[in-house]
Structures are given as structure tokens and as C-alpha cells.
Ligand binder design. Structure first.
Ligand code: GLP
Length: 243
């Protein structure tokens, strides 16, 4: 794993944005895997700025997001659809038909899962997947205990994940109990992965990811077995890793 040390959150966001911009400029029809949560918000701001300055175009890019809550409509302001449109897609020249998220409001969720994996394959696979990490080691919404072999699927969210994400909702009662997420196997098929980690609250998770055993009890540990992972982490997040 390649670990890039960022000074702070802004530096992390800029370093990640530059990598994505280079990727798209080298391969204009790149397939990007995108993530939500607080961590990539700065990255998306940097990308919008680069687009506005004319340094990159997304008109031939295809994106696939990692996950979506089950039961929220696309226009619900807590849905990941809303997040992505609001924080990125509405501000760049991506073709909205090529900006994909799982539909957590589909009538047949199992069918939605298999269609999502097929769509990723038909697009040629993900060139670069952006990831954040949950405090319990989840990537996407793959909670501890999820088999590494699994593709896009429906998950029951851990109570700790619902608590962690409650800050985005009016009350914890409104946080969905389930989500649809790309599986570990889907994520591991990406040609390259960029994991973003910021803040001291993530330091323990990052140390476990890098130095701990590879175990389904800590889903992000599987990244040790991927051939092309870059971790961009700020100093606070790196505080529990030795030099
Ligand atoms: C969320 C998302 C993940 C994200 C993680 C960390 O639940 N499903 O994709 O990486 O939790 O979020 P944050 O960046 O807000 O800490």
C-alpha cells in the first residue's frame, strides 16, 4: 500500500483531486467509483473548482457510487443521490445518465443489486475507486462480518453506523436500518483504489487497516491484498501509525 501523508484535510482533498483529474485527463472516458460521507466533501469541492477553471472535463466519464440507503427516494435530502447531485454532479459537465448510484428505492432490491454489478462490468470496470472508512472498518456499507466474496447486496446497518451517521439526520429515528452497497468483491475488482482518511478519530481504524490481520471482522483490512491502493491521510489520521 502506498501511503501519502497530507498536512491536513484540505491538503488531503487537493492531493486526491489531482489524482482523479490526472486520471480523467489521461483517459477521458474513465470509470470512477465515488463515495459519500464527510471525508470526500473537500475532494468534490476541489474537483468542481478545477472543472470551473477549465482544467478537466467529465463529459465522457462514468461514475458508480458505492452505496445508498434503502427506502429513501432520490430527492430525499438525506439520500446519497441528493448528496452527489448537490455536492458534485450538478456543478460539473458529467452526463447525468452516466452518474450511477444504487437505487435504494427499487421495488426489487435483489434485482437492483445484480443489475448494478452488471452495469459496472459493462462499463469496463472501475478505474479508480474512492473510499472512506467507517470507525468500525466498514468500506461502502460493508459492515464487520461481511464475507469478502460478496458483490452488491443489501445490508443491515450496524447500530454504531446508524449512530455515526445520525448527525446528518434530524434524529436517529430517521436513519434507515438498511442500505444497498457494492460488496467487498466488487470493490476489490477496481483497478485502483484511493482511500481518504482524515482526523484523529480515524487514527485507530487506519492503524488496524494497515497493520492488523486481514479479517472479515474489519472489512477494510482486505485492502492489504489489493495490488494498487493509495492511502491519502492527514497527520491526525496517521498519528497511530509508526513512521
Ligand atoms: C458512511 C459511508 C461510507 C463512508 C463512511 C465514513 O457510512 N457509507 O462510504 O466512507 O461512512 O464516513 P465519514 O467520511 O463521514 O466519516
Amino acid at each position: 500500500m502506498n501511503i501519502i501523508k497530507a498536512e491536513n484535510y484540505k491538503d488531503m482533498s487537493q492531493l486526491a483531486a489531482q489524482k482523479l483529474i490526472n486520471q480523467v485527463n489521461e483517459k477521458p472516458d474513465s470509470v470512477l467509483g465515488l463515495a459519500t460521507g464527510s471525508t470526500p466533501e473537500g475532494l468534490y469541492k476541489e474537483i468542481i473548482q478545477a472543472y470551473k477553471e477549465g482544467n478537466v472535463s467529465f463529459k465522457d466519464v462514468t461514475t458508480f457510487n458505492l452505496d445508498e440507503y434503502v427506502g429513501l427516494t432520490k430527492d430525499n435530502n438525506q439520500s446519497y443521490h441528493y448528496y452527489m447531485h448537490h455536492l458534485l454532479f450538478d456543478h460539473i459537465d458529467i452526463n447525468s445518465g452516466q452518474a450511477n448510484l444504487p437505487n435504494g428505492d427499487a421495488s426489487d432490491l435483489q434485482e437492483e443489486c445484480s443489475q448494478y454489478d452488471n452495469a459496472i462490468q459493462q462499463a469496463g470496470g472501475v478505474d479508480i475507486q474512492i473510499l472512506g472508512i467507517g470507525l468500525n472498518g466498514h468500506i461502502g456499507f460493508n459492515e464487520p462480518g461481511t464475507p469478502f466474496s460478496i458483490q452488491t447486496h443489501i445490508v443491515d446497518l450496524d447500530e454504531s453506523t446508524r449512530q455515526a451517521n445520525a448527525r446528518f439526520f434530524d434524529s436517529i429515528d430517521n436513519v434507515p436500518f438498511q442500505a444497498i452497497t457494492m460488496g467487498i468483491d466488487s470493490i476489490m475488482q477496481s483497478k485502483g483504489i484511493i482511500l481518504l482518511v482524515s482526523g484523529s478519530q480515524k487514527a485507530e481504524a487506519l492503524a488496524k487497516l494497515v497493520n492488523g490481520p486481514v479479517t472479515e471482522d474489519f472489512p477494510a483490512s482486505i485492502l492489504q491484498e489489493h495490488a494498487n491502493v493509495t492511502i491519502i491521510a492527514d497527520q491526525d489520521a496517521l498519528s497511530e501509525l509508526s513512521e
